[in-house]
Design a protein around this ligand. Structure first.
Ligand SMILES: Cc1ncc(COP(=O)(O)O)c(C=O)c1O
Length: 387
């Protein structure tokens, strides 16, 4: 998996780059040939645009083992999907169990509903490497618990959470499981039925290699969410209420046809390469990075230790250096793009003991090479000499 580029891009956990050429071509094709309004009108180009959306849903359904592609509602990003799930599902008096490694796109909607709808939330801590003991989730269940929300992989630590165990717990207690697949879609096998996932929020712009402005939510047929957007769908136009048919119920307004055309090509690429092959590639690179960085005096690594399963995220600190300074030097002097700060996940920093400092996060993608990881290690070694 090679791609010509000069910049060393190690910020795939935020947005993957570059995209496969097929994705760029699909976006252009949608802009040029499938450019009418999807789901509205029956002229030939409108039908082509509708086809783009349906084919994208079909690709995603194949990837996540979803029976009915219409159980996928498109969103702008993972955040939009999580907001629809959380605000559309929870009611006054509900108790939710979440983990301490949730992203703010889970935590903030939950905290908002605590204030506005009187829901209650328990955040279950992980160990310092980001591993969750599923039995602690079981112990936290109360009579009014209705939902478990869990990150599939921590966007700070790269740890992988035991989703199938949480699915078993949810099923045996008649609760719903919402999974944030921001860091796992396209990288870890996801089988919504096999893993007991009732709702799956995913981005199009990270591991699925699609454009920004794409993502979605799988909603099991047994779950009915209150839509958070109301408006035109091109269906049941005479009715004052949002239609009950899917996906229209959750997709008001014109969809992002070019973006979703690109996403279709991204998912097709991922499926062709195979998720397990991409995981193996990224895991090997993360191990190379851990091995190299751990040999540098003063470097502190976060997340699972060498040899353990993890996604392609490696966060670290260089001596007493401010992580934003390290990231700045990597960018300006070495042309290496990483992300510093708190990564929208302050509680995960608490678990890792980095609440005061934040960290530098390097994250690999399916086009990252061994040489690029070696360049990062060598740059960090040079930087470390000054701290
Ligand atoms: C775990 C996790 N959840 C949610 C998000 C939000 O994703 P998006 O930018 O697609 O809304 C991110 C973004 O990095 C993430 O890492």
């Amino acid at each position: 998996m090679k791609h010509d580029k000069e910049l060393i891009y190690l910020d795939h956990a935020a947005t993957s780059w570059p995209k496969p050429p097929e994705v760029l071509e699909a976006v252009m094709k949608a802009m040029q040939e499938e450019a009418a309004n999807p789901g509205r009108g029956s002229h030939q180009m409108a039908v082509k645009a509708s086809r783009v959306l349906f084919d994208t849903r079909k690709q995603l359904a194949g990837l996540f083992k979803i029976k009915n592609p219409n159980d996928i509602a498109f969103s702008l990003n993972t955040t939009g999907a999580l907001n629809l799930a959380i605000k559309g599902y929870l009611k006054t008096g509900d108790h939710v169990i979440a983990t301490a490694v949730e992203h703010n796109s889970v935590r903030r909607p939950l905290e908002y509903l605590k204030r506005t709808r009187g829901i209650e939330v328990a955040y279950i801590e992980t160990d310092s490497e980001g591993h969750l003991d599923a039995s602690r989730v079981r112990e936290a269940i109360r009579p009014n618990t209705t939902l478990i929300v869990a990150n599939h992989s921590s966007n700070l630590l790269g740890s992988i959470l035991p989703i199938a165990d949480l699915g078993d717990i949810a099923r045996s207690h008649n609760l719903r499981l919402l999974v944030d697949a921001a860091q796992s879609a396209g990288l870890l096998d996801i089988d919504v039925r096999g893993m007991g996932i009732d709702m799956l929020a995913f981005p199009g712009h990270k591991g699925l290699l699609g454009p920004q402005g794409t993502g979605g939510l799988y909603i099991s047929p047994e779950v009915d969410l209150e839509p958070h957007m109301h408006g035109g769908t091109g269906s049941q136009s005479e009715a004052p209420d949002q239609p009950s048919i899917r996906p229209d119920r959750y997709e008001a307004g014109t969809q992002n046809t070019p973006g979703l055309g690109g996403l279709r090509a991204g998912v097709a690429f991922v499926r062709e390469q195979s998720v397990s092959r991409i995981y193996e590639h990224e895991w090997q690179l993360s191990q190379l990075m851990i091995e190299g960085l751990s040999r540098i005096n003063g470097v502190r690594l976060l997340g699972p230790h060498a040899g353990q399963p993890r996604t392609g995220i490696v966060s670290f600190l260089v001596g007493q250096a401010d992580p934003s300074e390290t990231a700045f030097i990597l960018d300006q002097h070495y042309g290496i793009a990483v992300r510093s700060g708190f990564h929208c996940t302050p509680q995960a920093h608490q678990c890792a003991g980095t609440s005061d400092t934040g960290a530098v996060r390097a994250s690999v993608g399916c086009f990252t090479t061994k040489e690029e990881v070696e360049a990062l290690v060598s740059a960090v070694r040079e930087i470390s000499l000054h701290y």
